[in-house]
Design a protein around this ligand. Structure first.
Ligand code: F3S
Length: 79
């Protein structure tokens, strides 16, 4: 699945949400960023080029400093 990293924090541009064909990108008003549901994401990659701050990575390619975001994305959907 794709993962939204810390770079989204405080930006929440939401361009990614518009292009997701399976509607797997969500947030709430009090959440600091958007998150991708790893159980719904179909790995199409449509969201990645849409983000103006390049916050989205394939799970395998998330930079070391943002690795914690993988679990954060999954955890958001377990609430
Ligand atoms: Fe965040 Fe970029 Fe989407 S800032 S909401 S990951 S377009």
């Amino acid at each position: 699945a794709f993962v939204i990293t810390d770079l989204c924090i405080g930006v929440k541009d939401a361009s990614c949400v518009e292009v997701c064909p399976v509607d797997c990108i969500h947030s709430t008003d009090d959440a600091e960023q958007y998150y991708i549901d790893p159980d719904v994401c179909i790995d199409c990659g449509a969201c990645q080029p849409e983000c103006p701050v390049s916050a989205i990575y394939e799970a395998d390619e998330v930079p070391e400093e943002y690795r914690a975001a993988i679990e954060r994305n999954a955890a958001f959907f377990r609430k």
